[in-house]
Design a protein around this ligand. Structure first.
Ligand code: ATP
Ligand code: MG
Length: 552
């Protein structure tokens, strides 16, 4: 399948890849017809999804079956009046109905809005009105149902609500709806179908720095993830790939559908509510997962397990992104498994942007090098390009070309879009520096970087230094305003088991940081806590710690 969309598939080096990787975007590309239905025609028994849940239920979907279910779902939606351009919100966690729905909505040329089940009614009201949502399909869980029902009087555009697995007053029954629907859905001809520039997906960002932003992607977007899946996650024909992500976040389409299927690789879905490291390791072993992708926190928990107890011999390749990966985690995971974690950097707004590609030797703690198609630069405060070794903001230059898969802007918010993307430059809001080999190193989010006595201090480096100390389980570095120094460095720390807060420990941690990194970076304040403020997706919200400190 890849040959159809790439001018060259195999490369001999990163340089060859960066130079010659090119995506061929056909007119009116539609992932559901051109990829899923194409497999259904040529190889209907090819496995697309292996799904299981905590209770031990398991099921497999072939491409032939996915065509049938997505056709049925498209007919069901169409019977309700859902058509090209209509926004439908999916709150489906990791249930397999998510795949029926997203494919069906693609077939209709509609707009899919995946969302997390942790939304409150206030969040739902905000989203429904921001995007004129017409229908919501959700899991049959009391909390989710309650939040949607509570939002009802304030969400006038929502015409239909459907529950998977079950019936309830005021709700459509999705399962019987699709059962009764015809299993043949005709692809609309030519101009009646989706166009490449139509909106296919609206994603909310994680909300690490403020209110989540609504990122809009088009119908070409799945092709952008060839890069993500085939060349970062290194998935291949016949493999079984697992990305840990709830379907409410963009990370799910980075790892559970587009690029993997374009590469002919099946996706593995483990439907769980609470992450238990041991259980995840057990299913990886039981189902012979071949490649695995997760944010750093998952690996942080893995290395606390005795990994020698699990047969992970099927696992050949592991990737990591979403937050900075502390070198300590890299080396412990390598020691335990012999697998080198291949780190990358990206955003909901982009596809994989910087990455440790298969031809490259990973440098622990570095995100890697620019993806082909992405014209990456680092820019200082005056807008000048940085030299190697200088810190600057990561930007994507788009005046010559926009990379396939890059977002089209924040939905209905031109001012916000312009604030980060103007004059042919998109500002990621992330700070990094580049070494003499061209590898990029994360410093922190632009808003999180600390300026103290004329020094600029990236929180990530200090956090990594602290994490090397056995007493530290998790930590966040933030700035506290200071009359003399402008800002001073503060560490908010969760202690590991068997350690208790004390003045001696504060001193010990400060000395430790002074020893392993430049002394001016040491945290003058250390606060011990039992929990750090996090986004729903588990990212540390340093902004919240700063606000609390400002109000003290
Ligand atoms: P919001 O934009 O709403 O504040 P968010 O930026 O966390 O939320 P996402 O799009 O999910 O939302 O995450 C992208 C961000 O994650 C990047 O901008 C960057 O800050 C961080 N990130 C991703 N990969 C890495 C990495 N390898 N190292 C460090 N940070 C990373
Ligand atoms: Mg962001």
């Amino acid at each position: 399948m890849l040959e159809k969309y790439l001018s060259q598939v195999d490369f001999t080096s990163y340089e060859d890849f960066y130079e010659n990787f090119k995506i061929k975007v056909p007119e009116n590309f539609n992932f559901a017809y051109d990829v899923v239905d194409e497999y259904a025609k040529t190889d209907p028994d090819k496995v697309a999804i292996i799904w299981c849940d905590k209770s031990g239920a398991e099921t497999t979907f072939t491409f032939g079956q996915l065509k049938e279910y997505s056709d049925k779902t498209a007919n069901f939606f169409q019977s309700l009046g859902i058509k090209r351009g209509d926004p439908v919100m999916l709150i489906l966690k990791r249930r397999y109905e998510f795949w029926f729905c997203i494919l069906a909505l693609h077939k209709l040329g509609a707009v899919t809005i995946p969302a997390t089940h942790l939304l409150t009614s206030k969040d739902i009201v905000y989203r429904a009105n921001a995007a004129d949502i017409k229908m919501i399909v959700c899991v049959n869980e009391p909390e989710v149902i309650k939040h949607i029902e509570d939002s009802e009087s304030k969400t006038p555009t929502v015409k239909y609500k459907a529950l998977i697995n079950g019936a309830k007053d005021g709700w459509l029954d999705f399962s019987s709806g699709i059962q009764e629907a015809s299993s043949q859905f005709e692809r609309p001809r030519g101009d009646l179908g989706s166009h490449n520039s139509d909106i296919s997906l609206l994603y909310f960002t994680s909300g690490t720095t403020g209110m989540p932003k609504m990122v809009q992607h088009d119908y070409e977007y799945p092709l952008g993830h060839i890069l993500t899946a085939s060349y970062w996650q290194n998935v291949s024909e016949g493999g079984l790939h697992l990305t840990v992500a709830d379907t409410g976040w963009a990370k799910a389409v980075w790892g559970k559908i587009y690029g993997q299927w374009l590469a002919g690789c099946a996706v593995f879905v483990y439907d769980f509510d609470k992450f238990v490291p041991k259980e995840l390791l057990e299913v990886i072993s039981k189902y012979n997962v071949t490649s695995f992708c997760a944010p750093p926190t998952i690996y942080r928990f893995f290395i606390k397990e005795d990994l020698s107890k699990f047969d992970l011999s099927s696992l050949k390749y592991c990737t990591v992104a979403g937050e900075p990966l502390n070198p300590e985690v890299y080396s412990q995971f390598y020691k335990a498994t012999g697998i080198k974690l291949m780190e990358a950097f990206g955003q909901t707004e982009l596809t994989v942007t910087l990455s440790t590609f298969p031809w490259m030797e990973p440098k622990p703690g570095s995100m890697g090098k620019p993806s082909p198609g992405y014209d990456i630069d680092l820019i200082d405060e005056n807008g000048n390009s940085c030299q190697d070794g200088e810190e600057g903001q990561i930007v994507v230059r788009t005046s010559k070309r926009k990379p396939a898969g890059m977002f089209g802007g924040y939905y209905r918010d031109e001012a916000l879009t312009k604030s980060v993307w103007h004059d042919g430059v998109y500002y990621t809001g992330d700070m990094a520096w580049r070494d003499e080999d061209g590898y990029y190193w994360f410093v922190g989010r632009a808003d999180d970087v600390i300026k103290s006595s004329g020094y600029r201090i990236g929180p990530f480096e200090v956090e990594s230094a602290l994490l090397e100390h056995p007493a530290v389980l998790e930590c966040a570095i933030t700035a506290v305003p200071d009359l003399i120094r402008g800002q001073i460095v503060k560490a908010t720390v969760i202690l590991a088991k068997n350690y208790n807060p004390s003045d001696e420990l504060v001193k010990e941690l400060q000395d430790h940081v002074k020893k392993v990194t430049a002394p001016y970076k040491y945290p003058r304040i250390i606060e011990f806590v039992s929990e750090l403020p996090k986004t729903i997706s588990g990212k540390i919200r340093r902004v919240e710690i700063r606000q609390t400190d400002d109000n003290k």
